[in-house]
Design a protein around this ligand. Structure first.
Ligand SMILES: Cc1cc2nc3c(=O)[nH]c(=O)nc-3n(C[C@H](O)[C@H](O)[C@H](O)COP(=O)(O)OP(=O)(O)OC[C@H]3O[C@@H](n4cnc5c(N)ncnc54)[C@H](O)[C@@H]3O)c2cc1C
Length: 233
């Protein structure tokens, strides 16, 4: 059997068309997006001008990116690389976030039905809250706690740098259920926007770089969530 690491010609061509468009139509807004810490106000028009299919969280009436023989993840990687070739701000407004992908990878069939399917079928954005003020790379340091109280889990802690954190329909929050278990005590919990105790402390953090990509600081203060909808394993 011969292994090849080449992408198929149709995928390469699709990516090339996106990349050329990104260079011509996205890059001119790079400075303004960096200066105003967010995408240009006309981002929808810019997305509308793309000559080939790209997925959109804000529009369900556009053609999805076609399937290629390369498989889903190679396609997604190549499309995102090509989209952001001009500048990264475009990915912030085009993508759906990654919270629902965590549910799809690790959730039970019921959790996938409740948290993943509606985002894929109807659109919307989801967030992923792992990073905290005292750690980034070392994900074993999660200090946010989840305490069982009858039919609920009660979350307490602070998360930083959450992409789409202020706007997402829900956030997948990583919290520790039992610190004596170390890293294996860390579980993921789906928390819907508007849940009491889920507070957007800072909608758009002031970063040193990648400033056009909006990230949020989120607080969980005795945030109660129904046990049946949580604990994505
Ligand atoms: C635009 C943006 C969006 C983000 N979105 C999200 C999000 O949606 N959800 C979320 O939870 N977080 C998010 N983050 C946070 C991101 O995951 C962290 O910034 C990342 O994990 C790195 O953590 P840190 O910034 O604390 O850097 P550190 O962990 O302090 O790392 C600093 C440097 O040290 C290196 N380093 C760290 N540990 C080691 C080691 N053991 N050995 C060798 N080198 C090491 C790193 O590679 C890096 O170069 C986002 C960040 C940015 C900038």
């Amino acid at each position: 059997m011969t292994l090849t690491f080449e992408m198929s010609t149709p995928l390469v061509d699709h990516g090339h068309a996106i990349r050329e468009w990104s260079l011509a139509c996205v890059r001119p807004y790079a400075r303004i997006a960096d200066t105003q810490h967010g995408p240009p106000d006309n981002w929808r028009e810019v997305l509308d001008s793309c000559p080939v299919a790209i997925s959109r969280h804000d529009r369900r009436d556009v053609e999805p990116v076609p399937d290629f023989t390369d498989g889903r993840w190679i396609k997604e990687l190549h499309v995102v690389e090509s989209l952001t070739y001009g500048d990264i701000w475009i990915s912030d407004v085009q993508g759906q976030g990654i919270g629902h992908l965590v549910v799809n990878l690790t959730g039970t069939p019921e959790q996938i039905q409740r948290w993943y399917r509606p985002i894929v079928d109807e659109g919307g954005q989801t967030a992923f809250a792992l990073t905290e003020p005292h750690f980034g790379s070392d994900t074993s340091m999660v200090a946010t706690t989840a305490t069982r109280d009858g039919d609920t889990w009660v979350l307490n802690g602070t998360k930083m740098y959450c992409s789409i954190g202020a706007h997402a329909q829900y956030v997948v929050v990583f919290a520790n259920v039992d610190k004596s278990l170390g890293a294996s005590g860390i579980k993921a919990f789906g928390v819907a926007k508007g849940t009491p105790g889920f507070i957007v402390a800072k909608a758009n953090e002031d970063k040193l770089g990648i400033r056009s990509w909006q990230t949020s600081e989120l607080l969980f203060a005795d945030c109660k969530c129904n046990a049946s909808s949580l604990d994505v394993r």
